[in-house]
Design a protein around this ligand. Structure first.
Ligand code: NDP
Length: 328
């Protein structure tokens, strides 16, 4: 008998496609906590999982969804009783462990963050892994010495999930944000999020020069590859770039000169396997002084039946802003 529905991806004749599938609680993995998922959200990694990218998910059928927020309905953990509201992001959720595109998940207690006071699951999922990653990037830049008044801060992949939250968050903290985006039709949205200047992707076209005019005090790079190398060449002395993504490539074709002549910093950002306490501190900030009302207002909410199209948009580079999945 079916206990709930999940959007499961099946591998058939070498092709991967998702469909709404009845599931029972017995289908879920072992874990301390059974959670009724009210909302999930869409991230680039979900699109990779759903399209059979073996670097993310090896075993199918599989329920993607690296983010989930909802209510604990069964618990083997005294400090997270039934009725608690939680956020789960990262670790193995949605990779090999069935994720938030199902109406229920079962996970270890150590993956669960208590829902911040005053928040609901929809609000938490507007941020999701993308918002958490944006916050971790901004936090790392500030820890590395970025401060107001030093110069503009660049954000790449600015119309995407991580990028759009990063633009708003940096703006709210008093930085002048230059947004790099390949989507001219998102210019108004980026200005609404606070960008003071918008550049096309050609702004970071690969050059052979070892260093360029130092223009940026810091940067959040969500795309990697040659654009990241060009950012490094344009950082002011002592400036930092927080790098979290790979949409434009995995290699970084840079010489050592920006590092040894200008002392710039390349800061790696991982939102997945970091200690739960670090995630908790970022969620506290995001639900408080780092809240992003425009991202909350602009997020689109979809149902399970719209998942396939919405995930395809990520792979085509057409996704923009944040997309929340609501379970009925
Ligand atoms: P999105 O797809 O929402 O955003 C990525 C954006 O990158 C796109 O919207 C587009 O923005 C830009 N882009 C896409 N393709 C290219 C390309 N070929 N060259 C240059 N720019 C491109 O993804 P997310 O925001 O969910 O994730 C962003 C990145 O961060 C991904 O690579 C993802 O894997 C990574 N990530 C890493 C995490 C970590 O823990 N390290 C956690 C979360 C995400 P535009 O059109 O505006 O240029």
């Amino acid at each position: 008998m079916a206990d709930f529905k999940a959007w499961r991806v099946f591998e058939e004749d070498g092709k991967f496609a998702g469909r709404i599938t009845p599931q029972s609680f017995g289908d879920l993995p072992e874990g301390d906590v059974l959670i009724r998922v009210d909302h999930s959200s869409l991230n680039f990694k979900d699109a990779l999982s759903a399209s059979g990218n073996k670097g993310v998910t090896r075993n199918f059928p599989h329920t993607p969804g690296i983010d989930a927020a909802g209510e604990v309905v069964e618990s083997a953990s005294n400090d997270l009783p039934k009725g608690s509201h939680v956020i789960v992001t990262g670790y193995d959720l949605g990779m090999e462990t069935d994720g938030g595109f199902g109406q229920y998940i079962r996970v270890p207690r150590g993956w669960c963050v208590q829902m911040p006071t005053g928040w609901d699951s929809r609000t938490a999922m507007v941020y999701g892994t993308a918002g958490l990653t944006a916050a971790l990037c901004v936090n790392k830049l500030i820890e590395a010495g970025l401060a107001k008044g030093q110069g503009p801060v660049l954000v790449t992949g600015a119309s995407g999930g991580v990028g759009s939250v990063a633009v708003e968050l940096l703006t709210s903290q008093g930085f002048d944000v230059v947004a790099v985006s390949g989507k001219p039709d998102q210019a108004d949205a980026l200005k609404k999020h606070g960008a003071v200047r918008i550049e096309g992707r050609e702004f970071l076209e690969e050059t052979k020069k070892p260093v360029l005019k130092p223009e940026f005090a810091g940067a959040v790079d969500t795309v990697g590859g040659p654009p990241l190398a060009e950012i490094i060449k344009r950082l002011m002395p002592g400036g930092s770039v927080a790098a979290c993504g790979l949409a434009a490539g995995t290699g970084i074709p840079t010489a050592v000169f920006p590092f040894i002549l200008r002392g710039v910093n390349l800061l790696g950002v991982d939102s997945v396997e970091i200690p739960l306490s670090r995630k908790e501190s970022m969620w506290k900030k995001l639900s408080g002084e780092w809240r992003c009302p425009i991202s909350e207002e602009d997020a689109r909410v979809i149902g399970m039946d719209q998942l396939q199209d919405a995930l395809s948009a990520f792979l085509k580079g057409e996704a923009h802003g944040r997309v929340v999945l609501a379970h009925d």
